[in-house]
Design a protein around this ligand. Structure first.
Ligand SMILES: [Zn+2]
Length: 577
């Protein structure tokens, strides 16, 4: 009797669970279950109406662990779904607005599509889609988090217009379908996390565009799509058609720009500039051409031509997508051209799907450029501006929590401060530690298609040197251990029999990451430098002989980011001169 009761109870329990499961399946959507691996889109653009109409095909791949019968497709909230079909059969779908900052309007038009059959994990399905609407200048998502209007429109400058059309894709304007969970600009890194997940899911996807424009542009527009120029295939009184060849997407969102551009062609770079900006364009191209030898020396010959496209709003925030750089040429400070070009040319020469390598090296190249032009102190000063961003990230003296150590490590982080600023320092420190030739050889040996493990690049560097660098990669690359904090604890100086001075320096690292740091000893008539490895929460003592009376010891010339630079100088008060 008792056992029958238990069985009945068990049955009810199982039934309830089944019920729960079906309720859950019915109401919670896995918006990121599918990735879109191929886009084949026909775009109809009517600039005078700010209008975009799209028909085309997309391929969805089930990246989740379970079979899926429902797919979610999202486009900008200013666009509307018209049709979704599979194998010529219209599919059932419901549309709803979905609040998300993945789009400049702060919202997406979401289609919840019932697929004709269940798609197994790793399985794919091709859909025919149609949607249309307008894309106007819209900074809603920024204004609702209290960004001043002018700054907001200079940041979210995407629009379709007769003089200038630019749509930057996922993270700015969802002009092609995406499938993402909610992103919220007022919640820390939320947008960057959603965008980073989208980019890594879509890495390796392809996009082929066929572009038809009603001829209402003030002049025949030049079209740039993710760094490629679209090829005109037809032109008559009614429309101009262009073909944007399929290409493998990098870790960038597909971006489309059209304007009445003039083109300045140079061997390494192509500058698309707006009317009246020819001097600025020539200056930029000159600055870029001058840097090519430095970039080639470090990162090899260019894989593709760098492209720069002008933005009409002189205050517009620059935007990069691989080797394509969008920036307002006219407002440019010519002194900064070289800095921008060094970054862009690095992307044109070197490719990695790991942001700390891809972006870290591009920022490192900017510091290399400044060092070559103006010397090491100028480069260190430039890096110092990044250090500020870095120490803003966190209360520095406390060690990160253990899960953050992994999540925020250079190999996993989605934080720009980390994969741009910190990574730049890491490359600079590596060069200081193992020497320029070793780092250059490691970079030359790098093959993006062979980079399957986070340790791939560290191993390439270790293979070029006798030094054990595991401690360095542990504290700076595989984990986020925060920053070091050097303090010159004591300096003792003693005159020797021969008239030189023997000094003993105790250097403390109060911080949470180990580093090799330069120590500069200043003496009457000169200075001397030694490099010292100091482990976290540890101290190291060195003895140095200097030819004349020492008066000051300084730890760190600025090449190692640390949390507190105020305790790095030690004045030697009384030396037996
Ligand atoms: Zn970059």
């Amino acid at each position: 009797m008792k056992s029958r009761q238990t069985n009945a109870g068990l049955k009810i329990l199982i039934f309830l669970c089944v019920l729960c499961a079906s309720v859950v399946n019915g109401f919670s959507l896995d918006r990121e279950a599918f990735s879109i691996t191929n886009y084949d889109l026909n775009l109809q653009i009517e600039p005078e109406q700010h209008r975009l109409g799209v028909r085309g095909k997309i391929t969805l791949r089930n990246d989740s662990q379970s079979p899926q019968k429902i797919a979610v497709l999202q486009i900008s909230s200013s666009l509307d779904w018209r049709a979704i079909k599979a194998g010529d059969k219209p599919l059932q779908f419901v549309t709803q607005p979905y609040t998300s900052d993945m789009d400049h309007t702060g919202g997406l038009s979401e289609a919840i599509v019932t697929l004709p059959q269940v798609v197994a994990p790793k399985g794919t399905i091709e859909l025919e889609i149609g949607y249309e609407g307008v894309i106007l200048l819209d900074a809603t998502r920024l204004i609702r988090i209290d960004t001043p209007e002018e700054a907001a429109t200079s940041t979210d400058w995407d629009q379709i217009d007769t003089t200038f059309t630019a749509v930057r894709g996922a993270g700015y304007v969802a002009w092609y379908p995406i499938a993402t969970e909610v992103a919220n600009l007022s919640e820390g890194n939320s947008l960057f996390e959603v965008l980073a997940r989208w980019k890594s899911r879509e890495a390796g996807s392809t996009m082929h565009l066929r572009l038809a424009m009603s001829v209402a542009f003030q002049a025949e527009p030049q079209t740039v799509f993710n760094g490629i120029n679209c090829i005109p295939t037809k032109k008559d009184r009614m429309e101009a058609v262009r073909d944007c060849v399929p290409q493998l997407l990098r870790l960038d969102a597909p971006t489309l720009v059209m304007a009445d551009y003039q083109i300045l062609e140079r061997p390494a770079i192509e500058v698309h500039y707006l009317h009246g900006h020819d001097v600025a364009a020539a200056n930029f191209a000159d600055a870029a051409e001058k840097i090519v030898p430095l970039i080639t020396e470090w990162f090899g010959p260019q894989r593709e031509k760098a492209k720069t496209a002008d933005l009409p709003d002189p205050h517009a925030a620059p935007f990069e997508s691989g080797a394509l750089l969008l920036m307002p040429l006219a407002s440019g400070d010519a002194k900064l051209d070289g800095l921008a070009a060094a970054h862009q040319l690095t992307h044109a020469a070197f490719l990695s799907f790991r942001p700390w390598i891809e972006e870290g090296l591009a920022h490192f190249a900017q510091a290399l450029y400044l060092e070559r032009e103006k010397g090491r102190p100028t480069a260190l000063e430039y890096m110092g501006q990044h250090r500020f961003a870095l120490s803003e990230v966190r209360e520095q003296t406390s060690a990160p929590r253990s899960e953050d150590e992994v999540n925020r490590s250079l190999v996993n982080t989605i934080s720009e401060e980390m994969y741009r600023s910190k990574a730049m320092y890491v490359w600079w420190m590596l060069r200081d530690m193992v020497g320029e030739p070793a780092v250059k050889r490691a970079i030359a040996a790098y093959r993006p298609e062979q980079d399957k493990e986070p340790s791939y690049m560290p191993h390439l560097i270790e293979a070029q040197t006798q030094r054990d660098l595991e401690w360095f990669f542990d504290d700076w690359v595989y984990r986020d251990r925060g920053l070091p904090d050097f303090k010159v604890e004591s300096v003792f100086s003693r005159k020797t029999m021969t008239g030189t001075f023997m000094i003993t320096i105790t250097l403390d690292n109060l911080g949470t990451a180990a580093a090799e740091v330069p120590v500069i000893i200043k003496f009457v008539g000169g200075e001397m430098m030694r490099r010292l490895v100091v482990q976290a929460k540890n101290k190291t003592v060195i003895r140095v002989e200097v030819p004349a009376a020492p008066y000051e010891v300084v730890a760190n010339d600025g090449s190692v980011p640390e949390s507190d630079m105020t305790n790095n100088t030690f004045k030697i008060e009384s030396t037996d001169k």
